[in-house]
Design a protein around this ligand. Structure first.
Ligand SMILES: [Zn+2]
Length: 256
């Protein structure tokens, strides 16, 4: 099983990072992709992947990461990717986030578009973060001449938005919040995603699946979301795991 989206470099894991990783291994999570949200954390994620074939990394500027000099930040992300090709498997997380307001919407699309171009140029997939902006993000993507392959991480839309994302050839990933009681629309969306487009993730330390809601999330809990999705799709957890693992390997071109 693969946790396709985690932030294990964050200080939430400083006290017991090794134990968290051990629990993940014990739960059968053989690969973890750590996702950068700015230049510094992208570099940290790459550092964790260096010399450890259980980890990969992505590099990118999150829509709510303030950047003083966008051009310099983009250049730094490009350099990180180009100098660490073995470790860096995607540009991300990138996208739109209208829930928080640290970075205004125009500045968000101004840093998103060149990162989509960068991914196309480097032949890498992208990882989308999207919060309260799914229609705008889909419109922005539909209006482009070309989009890189990629995944909507922690998908927040309903069945119609999922359909539009799938029509653009994207994958869809559900985090622990799909297991929450009030997540009916999300669960409906999950029911419409073909098995060959589904990814599993935790978004650790955020959004732990039931029954850990409100606490810190960790990669070992990927199994709980997998079990839940399997129930929703009338499949065995093993079928969901095998499909999601294969999809993740194919999308991010992970070497075994
Ligand atoms: Zn994330």
């Amino acid at each position: 099983m693969i946790d396709s989206h985690a932030h294990l470099y964050l200080e939430e894991f400083d006290e017991d990072r090794e134990a968290v990783i051990e629990r993940a291994r014990a739960a059968g999570i053989e690969t973890i992709i750590n996702i950068g949200i700015d230049v510094e954390t992208s570099s940290q994620a790459i550092g964790m992947a260096r010399g450890d074939d259980g980890f990969f990394a992505s590099a990118g500027i999150h829509p709510q990461s303030p950047v003083a000099d966008p051009q310099a930040a983009l250049t730094a992300i490009r350099e990180l990717i180009e100098t660490n090709p073995e470790e860096t498997v995607a540009v991300g997380e990138i996208g739109l986030d209208y829930y928080w307001d640290t970075v205004p919407p125009e500045a968000q699309s101004a840093i998103l578009q060149p990162q989509l171009d960068l991914a196309l140029e480097l032949g890498l997939p992208v990882i989308f973060h999207c919060r309260e902006a799914i229609s705008t993000l889909l419109e922005l993507l539909e209006a482009r001449d070309s989009v890189p392959p990629g995944v909507f991480h922690c998908f927040e839309g309903g069945p119609l938005e999922a359909e539009r994302g799938l029509a653009l050839d994207f994958h869809i990933s559900f985090a622990g919040n799909v297991t929450y009681k009030n997540a009916e629309r999300l669960q409906q969306a999950a029911g419409t995603v073909p098995l060959d487009r589904l990814l599993l993730e935790t978004d650790s330390p955020y959004l732990p699946p039931h029954p850990h809601r409100g606490k810190r999330n960790e990669p070992a809990y990927t199994t709980l979301t997998c079990d839940f999705l399997a129930g929703l799709m009338n499949l065995s957890p093993r079928e969901v795991d095998e499909a999601a693992t294969e999809n993740t390997r194919r999308l991010f071109r992970l070497t075994e």
